[in-house]
Design a protein around this ligand. Structure first.
Ligand code: HEM
Length: 124
């Protein structure tokens, strides 16, 4: 035990903003390599998407600046996202968190934070 204050959010425990950025990079690589998901992201500016996703993952882990982008139902309107695609994205996020060293509890909490968004994001 050192003299540093104990990290008190999952955002701190996984390593703060740099760790979240690494999670987002792995997450998008896996999402874009998934044939079920790649078509949804064709033509989307991935740098812009990553920046928003970085803020969002930070929020899911319990810290970071407040998300001020478009509401989830507006951002995903008309994309025809299916329940299977939603589940696959959540699965890739969990795997990316695990790769970054997140424990099961942290992954459950992140999934719990995102799962309630399903009704706003799934439209097919
Ligand atoms: C809990 C799950 C999800 C979260 C937290 C999330 C979060 C976000 C955020 C923050 C943005 C940026 C919004 C903006 O720029 O205003 C975004 C955009 C987008 N998301 Fe998601 N998303 C989720 C699930 C999904 C799924 C399942 C898909 C497709 C399979 C998807 C496809 C997209 C696409 C294509 C955009 C870009 C839309 C555009 O630029 O017009 N998202 N998402």
């Amino acid at each position: 035990m050192g003299t540093e204050a104990a990290p008190d959010t999952n955002f701190d425990r996984i390593g703060g903003a740099p760790a979240v950025a690494a999670v987002v990079d792995v997450f998008y690589e896996e999402v874009l390599a998934d044939p079920l998901l790649a078509p949804y992201f064709e033509g989307v500016d991935l740098e812009r998407l990553k920046e928003h996703q970085r803020l969002f993952v930070g929020q899911a882990l319990g810290a970071g600046p407040p998300y001020t982008g478009r509401a989830m139902n507006v951002a995903h309107a008309g994309l025809g996202i299916t329940p299977a695609a939603f589940a696959a994205v959540i699965g890739h996020l969990g795997a990316a968190l695990a790769d970054a060293g997140a424990d099961d509890e942290m992954i459950y909490q992140a999934v719990d934070a995102l799962a309630p968004l399903a009704p706003e994001i799934i439209t097919a």
